[in-house]
Design a protein around this ligand. Sequence first.
Ligand SMILES: [Zn+2]
Ligand SMILES: [Zn+2]
Length: 132
Amino acid sequence: MKFQKTYVLNLTSVVFITILCSLLQGSDAIQQCQVRCPNHYAGCLWEGRMRSAEEHMFTVCNFQITPCKFQDLGCNFKDLRKNMKEHESNADEKHKKITLLSVLRLTQKRDTLKIGQRIGHKSGKLLQSQGR
Ligand SMILES: [Zn+2]
Ligand SMILES: [Zn+2]
């Protein structure tokens, strides 16, 4: 995807500028650096202190590629942050489904563990009762 490539390049430049600032004028200087959002190529109008740039990108920037909130549960969708609301409403059913599935999987895992413990403790008795 076109935007993803831009994002990687610009994140590198954020890190680079941060390091440069701290090398040149000490770590306080990072606060003084006025920067544009690294995603301004994509259309973001944000400007601010270098220090807040990373926070802006990862929490609010609408032009930042972000993974779906349900990523850990199995949704691999990624898009600009401004498009995520639309995805969330479009994929509502899918999200409910994968949430339910992972809850079920966790419950199963928990039960398997419990059964495993029970069998471990009472394996002798269990074998006896099966024989009858
Ligand atoms: Zn931005
Ligand atoms: Zn999703």
